[in-house]
Design a protein around this ligand. Sequence first.
Ligand SMILES: Cc1cc2nc3c(=O)[nH]c(=O)nc-3n(C[C@H](O)[C@H](O)[C@H](O)COP(=O)(O)O)c2cc1C
Length: 175
Amino acid sequence: MKAIVLYSSRTGNTKKVAEAICSVLPKGTNCVDIKNSPEDLESYDCIFMGFWIDKGTADSLAAEQIKKLHNPYIALFATLGADPESEHARKCLINAANLLPKGITSMNNFICQGAIDPKIIEMMYKMFPVGHPHGKTPENDALHKRASTHPDDIDLKNAKIFAKNVWNKICIERK
Ligand SMILES: Cc1cc2nc3c(=O)[nH]c(=O)nc-3n(C[C@H](O)[C@H](O)[C@H](O)COP(=O)(O)O)c2cc1C
């Protein structure tokens, strides 16, 4: 059975998660940047598709790929700046899963926090007035500080557990 981990990552957070996922999959499974996406992607039985959250959904590079996925087994994973337990995170995953073609579903999803590019924080603080949800507040400062250490060892451990569970489920189904 052929599997692949395909990821889109602007600043490296999602790449780290992708590599953790790949490390628990069968030897020889490739971890590939979406920019080098293989031409024969549909020949894989299983794809772990990773992306970073951009304005509440999968980033555009990943989104274009998700819309075309038809592999028998698909699992989505992502990183985002917000609290991964938040309603926002839940909605982001739903939005990304909704990009899948009609009738295609993700077996399971994983999301964890990822450091936000300091340049983006600076830009947001300049762009949005105080009082705006993305403006400078002690809460937003605290959120960005919390995000800055992620993905951490616990996130990567959880990503591995997620991948192992997905893989075990596939193996049981295929028996
Ligand atoms: C343009 C832009 C938009 C973003 N939009 C969101 C968002 O809607 N929600 C969120 O929680 N994080 C958002 N983020 C934060 C990223 O999803 C987060 O930092 C992610 O871990 C980046 O992953 P990467 O290092 O793999 O590129 C945004 C970041 C950028 C640069």
